[in-house]
Ligand binder design. Structure first.
Ligand code: FPP
Length: 243
């Protein structure tokens, strides 16, 4: 671990994480893959608490992609059981920490019990005003972009929007992340360096940090180090001037 410390005045407001490596973590230990997801769920709790303590405003976690349905049925149903386990245990702490749960992705396609757990968590935390914990569940960025395009096209067709008025703000406002700040920092664990259909529009100017550790072994101290790495980058947003 480095000697550097976090600059609390430059905490990224919006952080997105691709939580990768649960299966490999388990396999290396000769555990079933679902043991990795179980451990991964505990890490979600740890990183959520740390992010909220540090003052992150929005934490978006890629929990299940539109492509993840292709996994074996047993694994899918295990992942689908995690939200209710997670929220049953963690809702009081989320409320105590003033964290509000939101989602992106088509949660109407989730099994009824999973959806109920997610809906209850959103409802139970609706008055919290601190960090937004945004779960991407049955989420895919290309689908989100297509849906935004269809929405905008139908407004043009019915005359409520002029084609020349379509700009980046209008496009952003038609995405599922409407109203949320774009990620300042995108983290992917497990050493893979891919975006995997996550927040393609929103990460246009994000700093991308790829971490070698598997998600189940990524802890609060690692998250702090990732933020230090982020703070050592010089964001220019296409310009020449630093900051
Ligand atoms: C990627 O690892 C992980 C997933 C597809 C599932 C992520 C889910 C969690 C971390 C738990 C979610 C918790 C809640 C509360 C919803 P992988 O299985 O692709 O790993 P691999 O690449 O090593 O096979």
């Amino acid at each position: 671990m480095s000697e550097e410390t976090i600059d609390m005045n430059r905490i990224p407001a919006s952080v997105a994480i691709i939580m990768d490596g649960n299966g490999r973590w388990a396999k290396r230990r000769h555990f079933p893959r679902i043991a990795g997801h179980k451990r991964g769920m505990n890490v979600v709790e740890e990183i959520t608490t740390e992010a909220s303590d540090l003052g992150v405003k929005v934490l978006t976690l890629y929990a299940f992609s539109t492509e993840n349905w292709k996994r074996p049925e047993g694994e899918v149903s295990y992942i689908m059981s995690l939200p209710s386990t997670f929220f049953n245990k963690f809702i009081p702490k989320l409320i105590k920490n003033n964290v509000r749960v939101e989602t992106i992705g088509d949660i109407t396609k989730l099994p009824a019990k999973t959806r109920e757990a997610v809906d209850n968590a959103i409802e139970d935390t609706r008055n919290c005003t601190g960090m937004i914990l945004n779960f991407a569940l049955n989420y895919g960025s290309r689908l989100e972009i297509l849906n935004a395009t269809k929405n905008i096209a139908s407004k043009v067709k019915n005359g409520t929007l002029n084609i020349n008025d379509i700009d980046e703000d209008i496009f952003s406002n038609n995405l599922e992340t409407s109203g949320l700040p774009d990620p300042d920092l995108l983290i992917r664990t497990s050493g893979e360096e891919r975006i995997s259909n996550f927040l393609l529009w929103q990460i246009a100017y994000s700093e991308l940090v790829f971490v070698d550790k598997m998600w189940p072994e990524y802890h609060a101290e690692d998250f702090k180090q990732t933020i230090i790495d982020f703070q050592n980058r010089h964001r220019r947003f296409g310009g020449l001037v630093n900051k």
